[in-house]
Design a protein around this ligand. Structure first.
Ligand code: SHN
Ligand code: NAI
Length: 193
């Protein structure tokens, strides 16, 4: 059983620290800003890969790159930390210091030291689906994301816009609203013949 509880975070409001600017630092940062272009990220690394710099080049963003070794004060005022250095004992140290400060932490190579996992994310307009395999197979999560991206029709964007507009016309009677919206979407559950 997968006991993880998915939430959808407003990472443009919650500062995230990434420590490590290699391959994994790049993957985590690109996932964050792909889904939330204004994500507030501070990335600290002894060496920041050119790929990370070119990821940010020419776009509006709220990412701060700091090229130096991790310092304890980097944890100040952060809500989330992702430790992605190639130094296991440093990652473990960051984990311990984050826990002491009540900061939610992910150590990329050590599921045991993760308060949260990043999921594979399917996105179509305002629709977003997060996939988790409970850490069993990130590659499977990636493939399922690609499959869903492929089979979900682009019309979903229009459908959600229409649902939103219609919802605004329904007034304040909550029970009536629920009934009408449920009736309208009933056909989504009907099996195609
Ligand atoms: C537990 C978790 C913690 C976390 O990082 O949050 C974790 C852990 C580990 N990943 C490893 C490897 C790989 N990770 C990927 C890809 C992704 N990994 C992601 C999430 C997660 N990875 C969390 C669980 C998510 C879940 O529940 O399924 C995704 C979804 C999001 C993201 O980028 O963070 C993203 C896909 C995004 C997309 O495309 O949709 C690929 C494939 C590739 O890159 O093509 C590989 C190589 C192949 C393989 O091993 O499968 C290793 C071994 C490292 C080593 O051997 O050294 C560990 C450590 C371990 O398992 O012990
Ligand atoms: N969760 C996941 O998806 C995966 C996790 N991993 C794990 O993630 C870790 C990082 O892997 P890569 O990014 O490939 O390594 P890498 O070698 O490409 O990058 C390591 C980064 O850590 C930085 N660093 C090292 N010491 C530092 C310090 N004292 N202060 C600040 N930054 C420091 C380096 O400057 C560099 O930017 C490894 O332990 C690896 O096993 C690897 C693959 C997938």
């Amino acid at each position: 059983m997968n006991e993880l509880y998915p939430v959808f975070l407003k990472v443009n409001q919650l500062p995230i620290l990434i420590v490590g600017g290699g391959h994994v630092g790049y993957e985590k940062l690109s996932l964050l800003i792909k889904n939330s272009p204004q994500a507030r990220v501070i990335l600290v690394a002894k060496e920041i890969s050119p790929k990370i710099r070119s990821l940010l080049f020419g776009r509006r963003h709220q990412v701060t790159l700091i090229e130096r070794s991790f310092q304890l004060y980097d944890l100040e005022k952060k809500s989330f930390v992702i430790a992605a250095t190639n130094n296991n004992s440093l990652n473990k140290y960051i984990w311990g210091e984050a826990k002491t400060r009540g900061i939610v932490v992910n150590v990329a190579d050590t599921p045991m030291l993760c308060d949260f996992y990043l999921g594979s994310i399917v996105s179509k307009g305002d629709l977003k689906i997060a996939i988790s395999t409970n850490g069993k197979s990130p590659t499977f999560a990636k493939r399922l994301r690609q499959l869903l991206e492929h089979i979900l029709p682009d019309e979903i964007e229009d459908l959600l816009d229409n649902m939103y507009d219609f919802r605004q016309t329904l007034g304040v009677d909550f029970q009536r609203k629920v009934k009408i919206l449920n009736a309208l979407t009933e056909s989504l559950l009907e099996k195609s013949a």
